[in-house]
Design a protein around this ligand. Sequence first.
Ligand code: COA
Length: 328
Amino acid sequence: MASACITGLGMYVPPKVVKNDDLKAFYDTSDEWIYTRSGIQERRWVEEPASTAELGLYAAQEALKMANKKPSDIDLIIFATLSPDMYFPGSGVLLQNLLGLETTPALDIRQQCSGFIYGLSIADQYIRTGMYQTILLVGAEIQSTWIDYNPEGRTVGVLFGDGAGAAVIEATNAPGRGVLSTHLYSQGAYARELCVAEPSSATRRHELPGSYGMRPYMNGKEVFRHAVQRMGEAVQIALATQKWSPEEVDLYVLHQANIRIVQAIAEFFHLPMEKFYNNIHKYGNTTAASIPICLTEAWQEGRLKSGHKVILAAFGSGFTWGSAALVW
Ligand code: COA
C-alpha cells in the first residue's frame, strides 16, 4: 500500500519585521517580558491589504518547484487556517483559483495550530486509499489584522505572526518511507480558553461593531499547561507506535507557540534542545503555518536528510492536538 511522502516544501513570510520593542507603540510591554516568557524576538506582519490565500500561494509555488510539479498535477488542496480571507467560502478555493486551476477539489480545515498535523493525516489517508496521488497542503495565516491593539490585548497580541508554509505530499511505494503514523485529538470542553468568538452564527451582524467577542481571548496559563501535557502525550504515542526510543529520532518539529513549551517537552523526554527545530524567535506563533515553515527551514539548513526519523506535534485552540511520525 502506498504511503504519503513530503516531496516539496515552501514558505513565505512578509518582509515587514516587527521587533518586540516596536509593540511598545500600542502595548505596555517590553522586549525582556516577551523574550523571557515566550522566546520571541520578532515576527512578520503584512502591510495591508493582504490575503491569506495569496500568502499560501507564494509558499505553494516554492513547494511545487521543489517537488518538480505543476499546479495541474495537484489532485487535492488542503488549506489550514484560522484567519481565512472570508467568513465563507474558505481560502482553499481562493488558492485553487490563484493557482490557475479550474475544478481541483479544495478542502478547508479549522484546526488552528494543529492544522498542519490534521491536514497531513487527511492527506495520508487519501493517499493510502489510492483516491489521490498528489496533494498540496498549505498552512497560512494573517493574524496581525485580528489581534487586539487595545492595551488589554497585549497577552495575545505579542505572540502571533503572519506567514505561510506548504507541502507537496505524494504517494510513495518505498517501504518504511513517508508518513508512518498520525494521531489526532480534540477536546471541545476547552473551546473558550483560546478563541475569537465573533463573528458568530449566534450574533446578529448589526450588533458586531465594537463587540468584545471579536477580540481574541486566551487563558494563557491553562493553554500552556495543556499544551505541555497534550503535546508530550502525542509525542509519546508516536514513539510507542513506531517502537522508537526518544533518542533515535533525528528531529522533532513541535508547533512554535512558546519556546518554554518545547523546553518542557525536551526535559520530559531527557532530550537536548538540539533535537528540536525552533524558529519562534524570528516568526512568533504562525499557527497553521508554524510546522511547514519549520520543515522548510530545517530542510534548507540540511537538518532533514533521507532516512531521518522525524516527529511532528502540535497543540492549539479547540483544544486540538496531534502528532505524526515520518521517515524522511
Ligand atoms: N507584556 C508585559 N506584561 C504582560 C504582557 C505583555 N505582553 N502580557 C501579560 N502581561 C502581564 C500580565 O498582565 C501579568 O501581570 P500581573 O501579574 O500584574 O497580573 C504578568 O504579565 C504575568 O502574566 P502571566 O499570564 O502570569 O504570564 P505567563 O508566564 O503565564 O506567560 C504566556 C504568558 C501567554 C506567554 C503563557 O501563558 C503562554 O505561552 N501560554 C500559552 C500560549 C500558547 O501556547 N498559545 C497558543 C497555543 S497554540
